[in-house]
Design a binder for this molecule. Sequence first.
Ligand SMILES: [Zn+2]
Length: 248
Amino acid sequence: MQVVAVPCLKDNYAYLVIDAGRAVVVDPSEAAPIEAALAANNVTLGAIWATHHHWDHTGGIADLVAAHPGIDVVIGATDADKVKVAFTRTVNDGDEVAFGSLRAKVIHNPGHTLGAVTFLVEGCAFTGDTLFCGGCGRVFEGDAGMMHGALMKLAALPDDTKIYCGHEYTASNLKFAAAVEPDNAAIATRLAALVTPSVPSTMAEERATNPFLRAADPAVISAAAAKGSQPDPVSVFAAIREWKNNFK
Ligand SMILES: [Zn+2]
């Protein structure tokens, strides 16, 4: 299995997941860069997996299906009716999605949207706008407890899990992380070594540097307390998410 990041729009990533000459595309926001990447890699399109319903993750689906009729189009069950796309399958937590010899596991991550999912295949996690490299998505449809729970589910993945997220926001995410934890050397090191594209990161890096996975860490609890937060992880998560929403 090979993963190719395909930059789309201003700062989105779609991904080709290539197996035996065929590709799944994850989160095609627009069709043209995907068609170019398919041609450049000499592979045919076999399926589309959408991590959530937002237009900048699904906007290219109709054109791709028109050009490649009959392919599977997969999305989390709760998000399927939020966008006008003829999905062929909706999935729930723990479902398996097959593609050739590959088997992806579906992890339901409500919070950014209620039906957001991560596709986990061969140690690669396609997290959409739930977990970013160094950050997390905004809580648009769920609440802080839901989003924190979703992130904790992802944080339980093995250290070497590769994180392929939906946007290139890593530099600004790590600058915020450094503001939350000025004494965390791993954040400073990661920021100094940052290159674009920053995907994939690893879950070990995220656990060490991503403040949204660190709501139980004393330094993050203390930074949140300075913003008026209680010390429990959901309150800490909510406080740093609110802080990040207004961080320049
Ligand atoms: Zn989104």
